[in-house]
Design a protein around this ligand. Structure first.
Ligand code: HEC
Length: 186
């Protein structure tokens, strides 16, 4: 009995020794961590990650307005006009006709008739530059496709060019005929 008790005391004394060493190791690591923390927060100059926060993401840069004010013949295909049209489309048409023109915009789903799938067609007014521009100017009677006559002609031509660029239902048109139409169109 007594022997057991003594050996138990001896064991716990030994454990105290181990804990002492453990405590020293603990204090050492804590002070190391603290010193490192203070170094990082207060002393280290920081790392240049070469991130240029000023530069806009590519997507935003692409949506930047295109200046079409110097385009003299807006009915002639031109990449700047198509880009300008894409921007106007995203702002004014995508809610009904969908981001990709597939007739699946959120606002359009409850409409009857539904917004046209501009990629697949078909066209009530014949499509092509003349048909598309006519729809944008006059709208489509009996539907929620409104007239966009309040848009400047250059903007309606930009929308025409953009829709024509995404549709599979292209129409062969005589350039001279389009030009003659454009000069009399509102
Ligand atoms: C309020 C929803 C709505 C908005 C906004 C809208 N449309 Fe439409 N659009 C329609 C509907 C509905 C039709 C189909 C009408 C029909 O079938 O008679 C249509 C049809 C069309 C057609 C088919 C023309 C044809 O000859 O058949 C074109 C092209 C078109 N829209 C282009 C546009 C463009 C470009 C814009 C943006 C400037 C636009 N739409 C904005 C609802 C909309």
């Amino acid at each position: 009995m007594t022997d057991n008790k003594n050996s138990a005391n001896k064991d716990s004394n030994n454990q105290d020794h181990y804990n002492h060493a453990g405590m020293l190791a603990f204090l050492f690591s804590i002070s190391f961590v603290l010193a490192f923390f203070i170094y990082i927060v207060a002393i280290h100059p920081g790392v240049d990650l070469k991130e240029n926060i000023q530069a806009p993401p590519v997507a935003v840069a692409e949506e930047k307005a295109v200046d079409v004010s110097k385009v003299t013949e807006p009915w002639v295909e031109n990449q700047d006009m198509i880009k300008h049209g894409a921007k106007l489309y995203a702002q004014n048409c995508a809610m009904c006709h969908g981001n990709e023109g597939k007739g699946d915009g959120p606002t359009g789903q409850a409409l009857n008739p539904k917004p046209r799938n501009l990629v697949e067609g078909p066209w009530k007014k014949g499509g092509g530059y003349i048909g598309l521009y006519t729809v944008l100017t006059e709208g489509l009677a009996g539907s929620s496709m409104a007239s966009y006559a309040h848009f400047k002609p250059v903007d309606r031509w930009a929308l025409t060019q953009f829709v024509n660029s995404i549709t599979k239902v292209k129409v062969a048109e005589d350039a001279a005929k389009v030009a003659a139409f454009a000069k009399t169109a509102k």
